[in-house]
Write a new protein. Sequence first.
Length: 293
Amino acid sequence: MLTPNPSDLSRTDGVEGGETMGAIGDSSTLTTAQLTTVAEIMVAGAFFSTLGSLVIITVFLNSPELRKSFAFQLVFGLALAELGNSFWPYFFMPREGAACECQAVLLQFFSFASIAWSGVIAWTLEMATNTERKPGGPSPSSLAAAVVGIGDPTRAPDVRKFHVAVWSTSFVLVLVPWATGVYGPAGAWCWIDPRHGAEAHALRLTCFYLPLWCVVGFQIRTYRRVYARLRRVASLAAATAWSAFAMWSGCAWALERSGLASIGRDDGRIGETKGDVGTETRARRVNVGFDGV
């Protein structure tokens, strides 16, 4: 199991008092002062993260309209994960023991949950904007979207299924390192202790880094595809609007030409009529004048 290098336990870090590196974590090459600075920065960032997450959660819970919005339900899930992820730095460099293991569990659980929720948001956006249907039957993604209710106008999407998937997966990935006993000091905080060698490195990859890279790659791919789709929709809308404008302009021009021609003909008839009426009026006046004589 744990087999640290004896030289690491006895060497000093060069600060006053000759504090040993083994008191905080034998896996780090930083001095105690440097590790303390890192931990202080993490606590400051965690404080602002806690405030931001609490604001989002409070606004969501106190707004009936936001609670009905599926998009904000996803944001609420991410805010819960980020709130939990902001707690582990407050342990502030615990030594090996219960506090260290608790910090490691919180870090692993909520950090993965944050990654998973960001992936869920990207996947939901992908399904909501994907109107293409490929031949060969439904894909696994479309089947999952149908289970959740995305794209189905007859029912609202069920965010509870996302909660079950995210939190249960995070719980499983916490249990695996805990069952193998690899939680321990990892520098300025506790996580999977690299002093366990290849086993610890493999668990770091499978339980955190590989899912992180997969989600980041999926998000880049998704947002590029969504951007391309929105550009196509905008181009189609602009082309449709231009065609409608051109058609309207042509019709208006044709109507205007037709209207001017008819008005000219009508004006000619009106002029002829007015001329006839004027001649008849003058004739009557002449007759009246002769009758008066």
